[in-house]
Design a protein around this ligand. Structure first.
Ligand code: HEM
Length: 498
Protein backbone atom coordinates (compact mmCIF):
# COMPACT_ATOMS: atom_id res chain seq x y z
CA UNK A 1 0.00 0.00 0.00
CA UNK A 2 1.14 3.49 -0.82
CA UNK A 3 2.52 5.64 1.96
CA UNK A 4 2.82 8.70 -0.22
CA UNK A 5 1.25 11.83 1.25
CA UNK A 6 -1.00 13.06 -1.54
CA UNK A 7 -2.50 15.74 0.70
CA UNK A 8 0.57 17.96 0.22
CA UNK A 9 0.50 17.87 -3.59
CA UNK A 10 -1.78 19.96 -5.84
CA UNK A 11 -4.31 17.80 -7.65
CA UNK A 12 -3.31 18.69 -11.23
CA UNK A 13 -0.21 16.58 -10.79
CA UNK A 14 -2.29 13.45 -10.35
CA UNK A 15 -5.56 14.23 -12.13
CA UNK A 16 -6.51 15.74 -15.48
CA UNK A 17 -9.99 16.58 -14.01
CA UNK A 18 -11.48 15.20 -17.23
CA UNK A 19 -15.05 15.22 -15.97
CA UNK A 20 -14.70 18.89 -15.07
CA UNK A 21 -15.11 20.04 -18.65
CA UNK A 22 -15.38 23.75 -17.78
CA UNK A 23 -12.12 25.46 -16.91
CA UNK A 24 -10.34 28.80 -17.05
CA UNK A 25 -6.95 30.14 -16.11
CA UNK A 26 -6.87 33.57 -14.49
CA UNK A 27 -3.52 35.25 -15.13
CA UNK A 28 -3.03 37.77 -12.38
CA UNK A 29 -0.72 40.39 -11.01
CA UNK A 30 -0.57 41.18 -7.33
CA UNK A 31 -2.28 44.52 -6.67
CA UNK A 32 -2.28 44.44 -2.87
CA UNK A 33 0.17 42.07 -1.16
CA UNK A 34 -1.72 41.77 2.12
CA UNK A 35 -5.02 41.02 0.37
CA UNK A 36 -3.34 38.65 -2.10
CA UNK A 37 -1.73 36.64 0.70
CA UNK A 38 -4.97 36.60 2.60
CA UNK A 39 -6.84 35.27 -0.47
CA UNK A 40 -4.17 32.60 -0.99
CA UNK A 41 -4.37 31.53 2.66
CA UNK A 42 -8.06 30.80 2.44
CA UNK A 43 -8.15 29.50 -1.16
CA UNK A 44 -9.66 25.99 -1.28
CA UNK A 45 -6.75 24.52 -3.26
CA UNK A 46 -7.43 20.97 -4.44
CA UNK A 47 -4.99 18.29 -3.36
CA UNK A 48 -3.94 15.05 -5.09
CA UNK A 49 -5.77 12.95 -2.51
CA UNK A 50 -8.51 10.67 -3.92
CA UNK A 51 -11.90 11.60 -2.51
CA UNK A 52 -15.30 9.96 -2.51
CA UNK A 53 -17.66 11.19 -3.79
CA UNK A 54 -15.52 12.68 -6.54
CA UNK A 55 -15.19 16.44 -6.22
CA UNK A 56 -17.09 18.42 -8.87
CA UNK A 57 -14.79 21.44 -8.83
CA UNK A 58 -11.08 22.01 -8.39
CA UNK A 59 -8.65 24.87 -7.88
CA UNK A 60 -4.89 24.95 -8.44
CA UNK A 61 -2.38 27.78 -8.26
CA UNK A 62 1.07 28.51 -9.69
CA UNK A 63 3.50 31.46 -9.35
CA UNK A 64 6.07 32.99 -11.69
CA UNK A 65 9.40 34.15 -10.26
CA UNK A 66 8.29 37.85 -10.37
CA UNK A 67 5.09 36.69 -8.64
CA UNK A 68 7.02 35.13 -5.75
CA UNK A 69 9.00 38.36 -5.44
CA UNK A 70 5.79 40.43 -5.47
CA UNK A 71 4.48 38.30 -2.60
CA UNK A 72 7.61 39.02 -0.58
CA UNK A 73 9.66 35.86 -1.02
CA UNK A 74 13.26 37.02 -0.43
CA UNK A 75 15.67 37.14 -3.38
CA UNK A 76 18.15 34.60 -1.90
CA UNK A 77 15.29 32.07 -1.74
CA UNK A 78 14.11 32.77 -5.30
CA UNK A 79 17.72 32.51 -6.47
CA UNK A 80 17.66 28.81 -5.60
CA UNK A 81 14.95 28.01 -8.13
CA UNK A 82 16.16 26.78 -11.52
CA UNK A 83 17.61 29.29 -13.95
CA UNK A 84 14.89 28.71 -16.58
CA UNK A 85 12.13 29.41 -14.09
CA UNK A 86 13.80 32.59 -12.83
CA UNK A 87 14.64 34.00 -16.23
CA UNK A 88 11.25 33.13 -17.72
CA UNK A 89 9.97 31.82 -21.03
CA UNK A 90 10.17 35.17 -22.87
CA UNK A 91 13.95 35.67 -22.46
CA UNK A 92 15.40 36.48 -25.89
CA UNK A 93 17.91 33.60 -26.03
CA UNK A 94 15.20 31.21 -24.83
CA UNK A 95 12.84 32.37 -27.58
CA UNK A 96 15.42 31.32 -30.15
CA UNK A 97 15.76 27.92 -28.43
CA UNK A 98 12.01 27.36 -28.27
CA UNK A 99 11.42 28.58 -31.82
CA UNK A 100 9.41 31.58 -30.57
CA UNK A 101 10.47 33.93 -33.33
CA UNK A 102 8.84 36.08 -36.00
CA UNK A 103 5.01 35.89 -35.59
CA UNK A 104 5.48 33.72 -32.46
CA UNK A 105 7.93 36.11 -30.75
CA UNK A 106 7.04 37.31 -27.22
CA UNK A 107 6.66 40.93 -28.40
CA UNK A 108 3.51 39.80 -30.24
CA UNK A 109 2.10 37.69 -27.42
CA UNK A 110 -1.25 38.52 -25.87
CA UNK A 111 0.25 37.77 -22.46
CA UNK A 112 3.61 36.72 -21.00
CA UNK A 113 5.68 39.02 -23.25
CA UNK A 114 7.51 42.19 -22.13
CA UNK A 115 5.38 44.15 -19.65
CA UNK A 116 2.63 41.49 -19.73
CA UNK A 117 4.11 38.85 -17.38
CA UNK A 118 1.64 37.35 -14.90
CA UNK A 119 2.53 36.94 -11.23
CA UNK A 120 0.32 33.94 -10.75
CA UNK A 121 -2.10 31.64 -12.53
CA UNK A 122 -5.25 30.61 -10.70
CA UNK A 123 -6.77 27.59 -12.47
CA UNK A 124 -10.47 26.89 -12.00
CA UNK A 125 -12.05 23.56 -13.05
CA UNK A 126 -15.62 22.36 -12.66
CA UNK A 127 -18.46 20.32 -13.98
CA UNK A 128 -20.49 22.73 -16.13
CA UNK A 129 -23.40 23.14 -13.72
CA UNK A 130 -21.13 23.74 -10.74
CA UNK A 131 -18.45 25.84 -12.40
CA UNK A 132 -19.75 29.45 -12.47
CA UNK A 133 -20.90 29.39 -8.90
CA UNK A 134 -17.59 27.85 -7.82
CA UNK A 135 -15.56 30.55 -9.59
CA UNK A 136 -17.50 33.47 -8.12
CA UNK A 137 -17.61 31.93 -4.63
CA UNK A 138 -13.89 31.18 -4.71
CA UNK A 139 -12.92 34.60 -5.95
CA UNK A 140 -14.90 36.23 -3.14
CA UNK A 141 -15.20 39.91 -2.33
CA UNK A 142 -11.47 40.66 -1.99
CA UNK A 143 -10.40 39.28 -5.41
CA UNK A 144 -10.29 42.61 -7.26
CA UNK A 145 -8.54 44.34 -4.42
CA UNK A 146 -5.94 41.58 -4.19
CA UNK A 147 -5.28 41.08 -7.91
CA UNK A 148 -5.25 42.84 -11.23
CA UNK A 149 -6.46 40.47 -13.97
CA UNK A 150 -4.02 40.46 -16.86
CA UNK A 151 -5.98 37.92 -18.86
CA UNK A 152 -8.49 35.17 -18.26
CA UNK A 153 -7.94 32.23 -20.57
CA UNK A 154 -11.15 30.40 -21.31
CA UNK A 155 -11.17 26.78 -22.44
CA UNK A 156 -13.54 24.72 -24.58
CA UNK A 157 -14.67 21.13 -24.53
CA UNK A 158 -14.04 19.33 -27.82
CA UNK A 159 -14.71 15.96 -26.12
CA UNK A 160 -11.09 14.88 -25.82
CA UNK A 161 -10.00 16.13 -29.26
CA UNK A 162 -7.55 18.94 -29.97
CA UNK A 163 -8.67 21.55 -32.57
CA UNK A 164 -7.28 19.74 -35.64
CA UNK A 165 -9.60 16.88 -34.63
CA UNK A 166 -7.22 14.28 -33.16
CA UNK A 167 -7.87 12.58 -29.84
CA UNK A 168 -5.44 14.13 -27.36
CA UNK A 169 -4.11 13.21 -23.94
CA UNK A 170 -3.64 9.49 -24.63
CA UNK A 171 -0.01 8.98 -23.75
CA UNK A 172 1.08 10.08 -20.29
CA UNK A 173 3.95 8.79 -18.15
CA UNK A 174 3.11 6.66 -15.09
CA UNK A 175 4.51 8.40 -12.05
CA UNK A 176 6.32 6.10 -9.63
CA UNK A 177 4.44 7.46 -6.59
CA UNK A 178 5.58 4.56 -4.40
CA UNK A 179 9.21 5.15 -5.35
CA UNK A 180 9.83 1.53 -6.18
CA UNK A 181 12.01 2.50 -9.09
CA UNK A 182 15.65 2.42 -8.05
CA UNK A 183 17.58 5.18 -9.76
CA UNK A 184 20.08 5.52 -11.22
CA UNK A 185 19.54 2.38 -13.22
CA UNK A 186 20.18 1.26 -16.75
CA UNK A 187 17.07 0.83 -18.82
CA UNK A 188 17.15 -1.87 -21.41
CA UNK A 189 13.43 -1.99 -22.15
CA UNK A 190 11.07 0.92 -22.77
CA UNK A 191 8.84 1.48 -19.79
CA UNK A 192 6.24 4.10 -19.08
CA UNK A 193 7.08 4.31 -15.38
CA UNK A 194 9.13 7.35 -14.49
CA UNK A 195 10.74 8.34 -11.17
CA UNK A 196 8.71 10.63 -8.93
CA UNK A 197 11.54 13.19 -8.96
CA UNK A 198 10.97 13.81 -12.68
CA UNK A 199 7.66 15.43 -11.79
CA UNK A 200 7.85 16.42 -8.14
CA UNK A 201 10.62 18.50 -6.62
CA UNK A 202 12.32 17.12 -3.52
CA UNK A 203 12.48 13.49 -4.69
CA UNK A 204 15.06 11.47 -6.61
CA UNK A 205 14.85 11.74 -10.36
CA UNK A 206 15.93 9.30 -13.10
CA UNK A 207 19.57 10.15 -12.33
CA UNK A 208 19.03 9.41 -8.63
CA UNK A 209 19.51 13.15 -7.96
CA UNK A 210 17.37 16.07 -6.77
CA UNK A 211 16.35 18.94 -9.09
CA UNK A 212 17.09 22.58 -8.15
CA UNK A 213 14.73 24.07 -5.61
CA UNK A 214 15.04 26.37 -2.59
CA UNK A 215 16.15 24.91 0.75
CA UNK A 216 15.57 27.17 3.74
CA UNK A 217 17.17 27.16 7.23
CA UNK A 218 14.81 25.61 9.76
CA UNK A 219 13.60 28.79 11.50
CA UNK A 220 10.17 29.40 12.89
CA UNK A 221 8.76 30.78 9.60
CA UNK A 222 9.86 27.68 7.71
CA UNK A 223 8.57 25.40 10.46
CA UNK A 224 5.59 24.09 8.52
CA UNK A 225 7.61 23.14 5.44
CA UNK A 226 8.71 19.53 4.83
CA UNK A 227 12.27 18.51 5.65
CA UNK A 228 14.68 18.27 2.70
CA UNK A 229 15.36 14.61 2.01
CA UNK A 230 18.91 15.28 0.84
CA UNK A 231 19.72 17.93 3.52
CA UNK A 232 17.83 17.04 6.72
CA UNK A 233 18.89 20.22 8.54
CA UNK A 234 17.03 22.30 5.96
CA UNK A 235 13.38 22.84 5.05
CA UNK A 236 12.35 22.21 1.45
CA UNK A 237 10.20 24.88 -0.23
CA UNK A 238 10.13 22.85 -3.43
CA UNK A 239 9.12 19.46 -2.09
CA UNK A 240 5.78 18.29 -3.44
CA UNK A 241 5.78 21.16 -5.90
CA UNK A 242 6.54 21.17 -9.62
CA UNK A 243 7.16 23.53 -12.53
CA UNK A 244 4.20 24.24 -14.76
CA UNK A 245 4.82 25.31 -18.37
CA UNK A 246 1.92 27.15 -19.99
CA UNK A 247 1.82 28.09 -23.67
CA UNK A 248 -1.11 29.44 -25.64
CA UNK A 249 -0.79 27.82 -29.09
CA UNK A 250 -3.13 29.14 -31.75
CA UNK A 251 -3.94 26.49 -34.36
CA UNK A 252 -4.87 27.31 -37.94
CA UNK A 253 -7.35 24.48 -38.49
CA UNK A 254 -8.40 25.72 -41.92
CA UNK A 255 -4.83 25.87 -43.17
CA UNK A 256 -4.05 22.39 -41.80
CA UNK A 257 -6.94 20.59 -43.51
CA UNK A 258 -6.61 22.59 -46.73
CA UNK A 259 -2.91 21.78 -46.96
CA UNK A 260 -3.27 18.02 -46.47
CA UNK A 261 -6.28 17.93 -48.82
CA UNK A 262 -4.41 19.78 -51.51
CA UNK A 263 -1.41 17.45 -51.13
CA UNK A 264 -3.78 14.48 -51.46
CA UNK A 265 -5.34 15.97 -54.60
CA UNK A 266 -8.70 16.22 -52.83
CA UNK A 267 -8.85 12.51 -51.94
CA UNK A 268 -10.36 12.65 -48.43
CA UNK A 269 -8.98 9.28 -47.26
CA UNK A 270 -5.48 10.12 -48.45
CA UNK A 271 -5.69 13.54 -46.82
CA UNK A 272 -6.59 11.87 -43.54
CA UNK A 273 -3.66 9.45 -43.95
CA UNK A 274 -1.27 12.33 -44.48
CA UNK A 275 -2.64 14.18 -41.43
CA UNK A 276 -2.23 10.96 -39.40
CA UNK A 277 1.36 10.55 -40.64
CA UNK A 278 2.15 14.08 -39.48
CA UNK A 279 0.70 13.42 -36.02
CA UNK A 280 1.88 9.79 -35.76
CA UNK A 281 -1.60 8.59 -34.75
CA UNK A 282 -4.94 8.22 -36.47
CA UNK A 283 -7.73 10.70 -35.75
CA UNK A 284 -9.26 8.50 -33.05
CA UNK A 285 -5.85 7.92 -31.48
CA UNK A 286 -4.72 4.53 -32.77
CA UNK A 287 -0.97 4.46 -33.27
CA UNK A 288 0.39 3.93 -36.77
CA UNK A 289 2.58 1.20 -35.33
CA UNK A 290 0.03 -1.61 -34.79
CA UNK A 291 -0.86 -2.12 -31.14
CA UNK A 292 0.94 -5.05 -29.60
CA UNK A 293 -1.53 -6.91 -27.45
CA UNK A 294 0.79 -9.55 -26.02
CA UNK A 295 4.43 -10.14 -25.36
CA UNK A 296 6.46 -11.08 -28.41
CA UNK A 297 10.00 -12.39 -27.76
CA UNK A 298 12.62 -9.78 -28.46
CA UNK A 299 10.13 -6.93 -28.49
CA UNK A 300 10.12 -4.52 -25.60
CA UNK A 301 6.62 -3.60 -24.59
CA UNK A 302 5.35 -0.99 -22.20
CA UNK A 303 3.80 -2.58 -19.15
CA UNK A 304 0.54 -4.48 -19.61
CA UNK A 305 -2.27 -2.53 -18.05
CA UNK A 306 -1.46 0.64 -19.94
CA UNK A 307 -4.26 1.94 -22.12
CA UNK A 308 -4.40 -0.28 -25.20
CA UNK A 309 -3.66 2.62 -27.54
CA UNK A 310 -0.42 3.16 -25.70
CA UNK A 311 0.98 -0.35 -25.71
CA UNK A 312 3.51 0.01 -28.49
CA UNK A 313 7.06 0.97 -29.18
CA UNK A 314 8.78 1.77 -32.47
CA UNK A 315 10.99 -1.32 -32.23
CA UNK A 316 9.15 -3.05 -35.04
CA UNK A 317 9.37 0.06 -37.16
CA UNK A 318 13.09 0.85 -37.12
CA UNK A 319 13.01 2.42 -40.60
CA UNK A 320 9.99 4.64 -40.00
CA UNK A 321 7.92 2.86 -42.62
CA UNK A 322 4.76 2.83 -40.50
CA UNK A 323 5.20 5.93 -38.36
CA UNK A 324 7.50 8.50 -40.00
CA UNK A 325 10.54 9.53 -37.91
CA UNK A 326 9.40 13.13 -38.14
CA UNK A 327 5.81 12.55 -36.94
CA UNK A 328 4.84 14.65 -33.90
CA UNK A 329 4.45 11.75 -31.46
CA UNK A 330 7.64 10.02 -32.60
CA UNK A 331 9.60 13.22 -32.06
CA UNK A 332 7.89 13.94 -28.72
CA UNK A 333 8.47 10.41 -27.41
CA UNK A 334 10.68 8.13 -29.52
CA UNK A 335 9.93 5.35 -26.98
CA UNK A 336 13.57 4.32 -26.93
CA UNK A 337 15.73 2.91 -24.14
CA UNK A 338 19.22 3.72 -22.94
CA UNK A 339 20.43 1.79 -26.00
CA UNK A 340 18.55 2.99 -29.07
CA UNK A 341 20.03 0.22 -31.25
CA UNK A 342 18.60 -2.52 -28.95
CA UNK A 343 21.59 -4.85 -28.56
CA UNK A 344 20.27 -8.37 -29.13
CA UNK A 345 21.92 -10.18 -26.17
CA UNK A 346 23.69 -9.64 -22.85
CA UNK A 347 27.18 -9.59 -24.35
CA UNK A 348 26.16 -7.10 -27.02
CA UNK A 349 24.54 -4.97 -24.28
CA UNK A 350 27.73 -5.04 -22.21
CA UNK A 351 29.79 -4.03 -25.24
CA UNK A 352 27.37 -1.16 -25.91
CA UNK A 353 27.45 -0.10 -22.24
CA UNK A 354 31.23 0.15 -22.46
CA UNK A 355 30.83 2.52 -25.38
CA UNK A 356 31.89 0.12 -28.14
CA UNK A 357 29.80 -1.73 -30.66
CA UNK A 358 28.08 -0.63 -33.84
CA UNK A 359 26.23 2.67 -33.96
CA UNK A 360 23.37 3.51 -36.27
CA UNK A 361 23.61 7.05 -37.68
CA UNK A 362 20.31 7.90 -36.01
CA UNK A 363 21.35 6.74 -32.53
CA UNK A 364 23.54 9.65 -31.40
CA UNK A 365 20.72 12.09 -31.98
CA UNK A 366 18.17 10.32 -29.83
CA UNK A 367 18.86 10.72 -26.12
CA UNK A 368 17.23 8.19 -23.81
CA UNK A 369 13.60 9.17 -23.48
CA UNK A 370 13.18 8.49 -19.76
CA UNK A 371 15.04 11.75 -19.00
CA UNK A 372 12.68 13.76 -21.16
CA UNK A 373 9.11 12.85 -20.23
CA UNK A 374 6.47 15.47 -19.47
CA UNK A 375 3.02 15.25 -17.96
CA UNK A 376 0.55 17.05 -20.25
CA UNK A 377 -2.47 18.84 -18.80
CA UNK A 378 -3.47 21.20 -21.61
CA UNK A 379 -6.97 22.10 -22.75
CA UNK A 380 -8.33 23.34 -26.06
CA UNK A 381 -9.88 26.78 -26.46
CA UNK A 382 -11.99 28.69 -28.98
CA UNK A 383 -14.77 27.55 -31.29
CA UNK A 384 -14.71 24.15 -32.96
CA UNK A 385 -14.03 24.21 -36.71
CA UNK A 386 -14.71 20.78 -38.15
CA UNK A 387 -12.75 19.35 -41.04
CA UNK A 388 -15.76 19.89 -43.34
CA UNK A 389 -16.10 23.51 -42.22
CA UNK A 390 -12.36 24.01 -42.66
CA UNK A 391 -12.61 22.91 -46.30
CA UNK A 392 -15.66 25.05 -47.11
CA UNK A 393 -15.32 28.77 -47.93
CA UNK A 394 -15.37 30.87 -44.76
CA UNK A 395 -18.39 33.17 -44.55
CA UNK A 396 -16.73 35.11 -41.75
CA UNK A 397 -13.17 34.79 -40.45
CA UNK A 398 -12.81 31.99 -37.86
CA UNK A 399 -12.41 33.08 -34.27
CA UNK A 400 -9.16 32.00 -32.68
CA UNK A 401 -8.88 28.39 -31.50
CA UNK A 402 -5.97 26.33 -30.24
CA UNK A 403 -4.42 24.63 -27.30
CA UNK A 404 -3.62 26.03 -23.88
CA UNK A 405 -0.66 23.68 -23.67
CA UNK A 406 0.26 22.89 -20.07
CA UNK A 407 2.94 20.49 -18.97
CA UNK A 408 4.37 19.62 -15.58
CA UNK A 409 7.98 18.67 -14.95
CA UNK A 410 10.69 19.02 -12.30
CA UNK A 411 13.40 20.18 -14.68
CA UNK A 412 12.13 22.62 -17.33
CA UNK A 413 15.43 22.60 -19.19
CA UNK A 414 15.89 18.83 -19.41
CA UNK A 415 12.23 18.01 -19.96
CA UNK A 416 10.00 20.60 -21.70
CA UNK A 417 12.78 22.68 -23.28
CA UNK A 418 14.73 19.64 -24.45
CA UNK A 419 11.62 18.20 -26.08
CA UNK A 420 10.74 21.47 -27.76
CA UNK A 421 14.29 22.25 -28.88
CA UNK A 422 16.18 19.00 -29.47
CA UNK A 423 13.34 16.86 -30.75
CA UNK A 424 10.33 18.90 -31.88
CA UNK A 425 12.17 21.85 -33.46
CA UNK A 426 15.29 19.97 -34.49
CA UNK A 427 16.00 19.86 -38.21
CA UNK A 428 18.38 16.96 -37.58
CA UNK A 429 16.16 14.72 -35.46
CA UNK A 430 16.64 11.02 -36.20
CA UNK A 431 18.94 11.72 -39.14
CA UNK A 432 16.34 13.85 -40.99
CA UNK A 433 17.25 17.04 -42.83
CA UNK A 434 15.27 20.10 -43.81
CA UNK A 435 12.31 19.47 -41.55
CA UNK A 436 11.03 20.08 -38.02
CA UNK A 437 7.82 18.94 -36.32
CA UNK A 438 5.11 18.96 -39.03
CA UNK A 439 2.49 20.27 -36.57
CA UNK A 440 4.56 22.66 -34.47
CA UNK A 441 7.52 23.79 -36.56
CA UNK A 442 7.92 27.52 -37.30
CA UNK A 443 9.50 26.78 -40.74
CA UNK A 444 12.03 29.59 -40.24
CA UNK A 445 15.32 29.19 -42.09
CA UNK A 446 18.24 28.32 -39.83
CA UNK A 447 21.98 28.78 -40.26
CA UNK A 448 23.13 25.70 -42.19
CA UNK A 449 19.54 24.65 -42.85
CA UNK A 450 17.69 27.09 -45.10
CA UNK A 451 14.73 24.73 -45.61
CA UNK A 452 12.76 23.55 -42.57
CA UNK A 453 9.34 23.04 -44.16
CA UNK A 454 9.75 19.52 -45.54
CA UNK A 455 8.08 16.38 -44.21
CA UNK A 456 9.37 12.95 -45.16
CA UNK A 457 7.44 9.70 -45.06
CA UNK A 458 9.74 6.70 -45.23
CA UNK A 459 8.38 3.66 -47.05
CA UNK A 460 9.00 -0.08 -47.14
CA UNK A 461 9.30 0.16 -50.94
CA UNK A 462 12.40 2.26 -50.37
CA UNK A 463 10.72 5.16 -52.21
CA UNK A 464 10.17 7.72 -49.51
CA UNK A 465 7.69 10.52 -50.07
CA UNK A 466 8.81 14.02 -49.27
CA UNK A 467 6.39 16.94 -49.03
CA UNK A 468 7.75 20.44 -49.31
CA UNK A 469 6.41 23.80 -48.24
CA UNK A 470 4.57 22.62 -45.11
CA UNK A 471 3.09 25.86 -43.73
CA UNK A 472 3.27 27.06 -40.15
CA UNK A 473 0.07 25.81 -38.54
CA UNK A 474 0.74 27.04 -35.02
CA UNK A 475 1.49 30.45 -33.61
CA UNK A 476 2.53 31.04 -30.01
CA UNK A 477 0.23 33.64 -28.41
CA UNK A 478 1.50 33.64 -24.84
CA UNK A 479 3.43 31.69 -22.29
CA UNK A 480 5.14 31.57 -18.91
CA UNK A 481 6.86 29.25 -16.45
CA UNK A 482 5.14 28.80 -13.09
CA UNK A 483 6.07 27.09 -9.84
CA UNK A 484 3.09 25.06 -8.61
CA UNK A 485 3.97 24.57 -4.94
CA UNK A 486 3.00 21.81 -2.57
CA UNK A 487 0.18 22.69 -0.18
CA UNK A 488 2.44 23.45 2.79
CA UNK A 489 4.75 25.51 0.58
CA UNK A 490 1.71 27.44 -0.65
CA UNK A 491 0.76 28.26 2.94
CA UNK A 492 4.36 29.38 3.56
CA UNK A 493 4.26 31.67 0.52
CA UNK A 494 0.93 33.09 1.67
CA UNK A 495 1.86 33.40 5.33
CA UNK A 496 5.50 33.61 6.17
CA UNK A 497 7.11 35.63 3.43
CA UNK A 498 8.55 38.88 4.70
C1 HEM B 1 -1.12 22.85 -30.75
C2 HEM B 1 -0.10 22.10 -30.43
C3 HEM B 1 -0.14 20.61 -30.29
C4 HEM B 1 -0.99 19.70 -30.83
C5 HEM B 1 -2.15 19.94 -31.78
C6 HEM B 1 -0.59 18.39 -30.33
C7 HEM B 1 -1.22 17.20 -30.65
C8 HEM B 1 -0.88 15.98 -30.13
C9 HEM B 1 -1.57 14.75 -30.40
C10 HEM B 1 -2.79 14.62 -31.30
C11 HEM B 1 -0.94 13.77 -29.72
C12 HEM B 1 -1.30 12.28 -29.72
C13 HEM B 1 -2.25 11.88 -28.64
C14 HEM B 1 -1.62 11.67 -27.29
O1 HEM B 1 -0.78 10.81 -27.08
O2 HEM B 1 -2.03 12.40 -26.39
C15 HEM B 1 0.16 14.37 -29.02
C16 HEM B 1 1.04 13.70 -28.21
C17 HEM B 1 2.12 14.29 -27.57
N1 HEM B 1 2.50 15.61 -27.65
FE1 HEM B 1 1.57 17.06 -28.66
N2 HEM B 1 0.50 18.56 -29.53
C18 HEM B 1 0.81 19.89 -29.47
C19 HEM B 1 1.83 20.49 -28.77
C20 HEM B 1 2.81 19.80 -28.08
C21 HEM B 1 3.95 20.41 -27.44
C22 HEM B 1 4.26 21.91 -27.40
C23 HEM B 1 4.65 19.40 -26.85
C24 HEM B 1 5.91 19.46 -26.03
C25 HEM B 1 6.83 20.37 -26.13
C26 HEM B 1 3.95 18.16 -27.12
C27 HEM B 1 4.31 16.92 -26.66
C28 HEM B 1 3.60 15.77 -26.85
C29 HEM B 1 3.94 14.51 -26.22
C30 HEM B 1 5.07 14.26 -25.22
C31 HEM B 1 3.01 13.59 -26.67
C32 HEM B 1 2.92 12.13 -26.29
C33 HEM B 1 3.81 11.30 -27.18
C34 HEM B 1 3.80 9.86 -26.73
O3 HEM B 1 4.13 9.61 -25.57
O4 HEM B 1 3.45 9.01 -27.54
N3 HEM B 1 2.84 18.45 -27.87
N4 HEM B 1 0.18 15.73 -29.30
Amino acid sequence: MSVFDYTDVQGLLRFGYNKMTAASYALLRVRNVTEARSWLRSAPVTTAEKRAPLPRTALNVGFTAPGLAALGIPDPVIAQFSHEFRSGMALESRSRQLGDIEASAPVHWAWGGPGREPHLAVMFFGEPDAYNDFVSRTKGAAWNEAFETLDCLGTSDFKGHEPFGFVDGISQPDIDWDQKRIAPCIQLDYTNIVSLGEFLLGYRNEYGKYADRPLIPDNSAAGLLPVAEDAPAMKDLGRNGTYLVMRQLRQDVRLFWRFVTEQAECNAAMAEDLAAAMVGRKLEGDPLEPILAGSIPGIHLPKPGQPEQNRFTFDRDPLGNRCPFGAHVRRANPRNTDFPDHPPNVIAKLITMLGFGPKGFRDDLSSSVRFHRILRRGREYGALVTREQALAPAAIPDSESGLHFICLNADICRQFEFLQNAWINSTKFSGLTGESDPLLGNRAALGGCPVTGDFTMQSSSGLRRRISGVPQFIQVRGGAYFFMPGIRALRYIATSAT
